[in-house]
Ligand binder design. Structure first.
Ligand SMILES: CC(C)(COP(=O)(O)OP(=O)(O)OC[C@H]1O[C@@H](n2cnc3c(N)ncnc32)[C@H](O)[C@@H]1OP(=O)(O)O)[C@@H](O)C(=O)NCCC(=O)NCCS
Length: 201
């Protein structure tokens, strides 16, 4: 691999030069975040065709990010390069199933880094900001749900200490397939019911 004068691999050098800023999202970032979220859904639909491609364009999508940004039960961070949003992470508190004995939990709702900017540590920095916020708030366990076919994201999370926990299996029933399906807002529904512990920024 090509190395720069300091001995780091080129990607690391590029990372150091990248005029990158990770910051909490503001309400005026919502349109940009929704654009990134639409790209995430396009990306994830390769693995999960049940995802609603219009979710981010619906009021529910806008309301979800606006509420997260307002800090109702979590937060959103954005990655900015030269003032342009190139990535985001939304996350918040979640409740564990009541049959489990676990400390307070939080969940990464969704995260995305534009293809051109991947591999420069942006995803890691977004995730570490979220984990640090969780730790300050007394969260003891963090989860993320990834499509089972999304091996890239799974490798990313595993590298940062996440381990597989549950495996969800589904099957379709032929009668249900014929019925018109209402657009799903289930993707983020569990988080919308969650309460934020005291002290979440
Ligand atoms: C997952 C994602 C957010 C990571 O962002 P990123 O800025 O590229 O992440 P980082 O640069 O911090 O980390 C990259 C590391 O993660 C792992 N990784 C990321 N994508 C990978 C892939 N496709 N295959 C294997 N490992 C991968 C590798 O360890 C990689 O390190 P390397 O480049 O030295 O091999 C980004 O790839 C992305 O937006 N993917 C599409 C959307 C998505 O899957 N979101 C998650 C939904 S749950």
């Amino acid at each position: 691999m090509t190395r720069c004068a300091s001995g780091f691999a080129m990607k690391t050098c590029a990372d150091q030069r990248l005029p990158l800023r990770i910051r909490k999202a503001r309400e005026e970032d919502v349109p940009g975040i929704l654009r990134l979220d639409r790209a995430l859904i396009r990306h994830d639909r390769r693995f999960d065709p049940t995802l609603d491609p219009r979710w981010s364009s619906r009021p529910a999508g806008r309301a979800f990010f606006r509420d997260r940004i307002r800090g109702a039960d979590g937060a959103v961070w954005v990655a900015e390069v030269d003032g342009k949003l190139v990535g985001y992470l939304a996350g918040g508190c979640c409740e564990a199933e009541d049959y489990r004995r676990v400390p307070p939990m939080a969940e990464v709702d969704c995260m995305f880094v534009q293809k051109h900017y991947r591999g420069y540590g942006i995803g890691e920095r977004l995730l570490r900001r979220f984990l640090a916020c969780c730790a300050r708030c007394g969260v003891g366990r963090v989860r993320v749900v990834a499509c089972v076919g999304n091996s890239g994201a799974i490798a990313f999370y595993r590298r940062l200490g996440f381990e597989p926990y549950d495996l969800v299996l589904e099957r379709e029933l032929s009668a249900a397939r014929r019925r018109a399906r209402t657009p799903s807002t289930a993707k983020r529904a569990p988080q919308q019911r969650q309460r934020k512990p005291e002290g979440v920024e």
